[in-house]
Design a protein around this ligand. Structure first.
Ligand code: KG4
Ligand code: ZN
Length: 355
């Protein structure tokens, strides 16, 4: 079965064709970063209009890459939420209309489900896993199987979930305020870095020394699996206001900020694995591309005989492949597709409330 995936929840247009027998046949992403850069953040109306412009050319590109035609598409999956309402509606209308024209089933998919299943996308999920050997004497999961713990770290969410199987997600803890990616973006802005801030801040941190500035580790010892990142941003602001920052100061501050965020994320992810006696941890969402976070998680999970599974780097940020994959798994499980042409998007949609 060949499933077309459409992603348009925020500032990336993603289209992909996933074959349940042969794997990913083609995928293409257009990022709107350059367009939103001038405004320092995503402008929803511009995002929607750009999705309209990109979807058909991206579809043509993916079909060409896959050496397929529209007639080869067996089903369509699209992101129905959470995300920007207008942007979601563009992808939803496109997918629903195309499905009607081709007379194929169409399925709305939760964006975060796409992210958290993405490490399963390749059969050889193992190829993307940590390359740090687990401590000897511990049995480690060599291949990703259910159940596992998922750490979702994106621009809008920071959540720890227990994933029992496709469609069975239990929320264990989440951020009480800013998401990790949001904290990266806002702090980057404070330090005068461009949008999107996460990768820019991570880059600056590489040349800095953590520890010179002292930032808190919010909720590290709270005894639960909740997070809080908004205070960290304020602490950076206070430090930045106290003195005129040189380039080296900014790098040191960025390095300390990255240490603080990644320390808390790693500690709580490992705590979730311990509490649930699970040795496989999946990391998904844009912040999952952060190298320091990966290093910390790999080391911490190896110490408890566990293993971390990541999506391929190019599939960490928003893309159509993860949506095609999540849709295909739901269809394989027998989920009824959307019928009758009526559809709705859900800009706010908790992952543990999917049917
Ligand atoms: O999952 P994603 O592409 O979009 C959402 O669904 O939100 O995540 C985007 C977030 C942004 O906040 C971006 O700054 C952050 O991921 N991000 C990073 C890195 N790459 C992307 N944050 C820290 N380090 C990175 N290397
Ligand atoms: Zn995302």
């Amino acid at each position: 079965m060949k499933v077309l995936g459409i992603e348009s929840s925020c500032d990336e247009t993603g289209v992909a064709l996933y074959d349940t027998e042969r794997g990913l046949l083609g995928h293409a992403v257009h990022t709107q970063v350059a367009m939103h850069e001038a405004y320092g953040g995503v402008v929803p109306e511009l995002a929607s209009r750009d999705h309209v412009r990109r979807l058909i050319p991206l579809l043509e590109r993916v079909l060409a890459e896959a050496a397929c035609t529209r007639r080869d598409i067996d089903a369509i999956a699209y992101t129905a939420g959470p995300g920007l309402a207008g942007a979601l509606l563009v992808g939803a209308s496109f997918a629903e209309a195309l499905a009607m024209a081709l007379a194929v089933p169409v399925l709305p998919v939760h964006h975060l489900e796409g992210h958290l299943l993405s490490p399963l996308l390749a059969d050889e999920a193992n190829a993307f896993s940590s390359d740090i050997t687990p401590a000897s004497g511990h049995e480690s999961a060599l291949k990703l199987c259910f159940p596992f713990i998922a750490l979702l770290v994106s621009g809008g969410h920071t959540q720890l979930m227990r994933v029992a199987r496709v469609g069975d997600y239990r929320l264990l803890g989440e951020s009480l305020d800013d998401a990790a990616g949001e904290a990266f973006d806002k702090t980057a802005k404070l330090l005068g870095l461009g949008y999107p801030g996460g990768p820019a801040l991570a880059k600056l941190a590489e040349s800095g020394k953590p520890g010179r500035y002292k930032l808190p580790r919010p909720m590290l010892n709270s005894g639960d699996l909740s997070f809080s990142f908004s205070g960290l941003k304020t602490a950076v602001l206070t430090a930045a206001r106290a003195q005129a920052l040189s380039e080296a100061d900014r790098a040191d501050l960025a390095a300390e900020f990255q240490e603080a965020v990644t320390e808390v994320l790693a500690a709580k992810a490992v705590a979730a694995c311990r509490q649930h006696q699970l040795s496989a941890l999946v990391v998904a969402g844009g912040v999952g591309a952060n190298r320091r976070l990966r290093q910390r998680l790999d080391e911490a999970m190896a110490k408890i005989g566990g293993r971390v599974f990541y999506p391929a780097l190019e599939l960490c940020t928003d893309n159509g492949a993860m949506i095609a994959f999540a849709g295909s798994q739901r269809l394989l499980q027998g989920e009824a597709p959307n019928r009758g042409g009526a559809f709705a998007v859900r800009p706010r949609w908790p992952l543990d409330q999917i049917p």
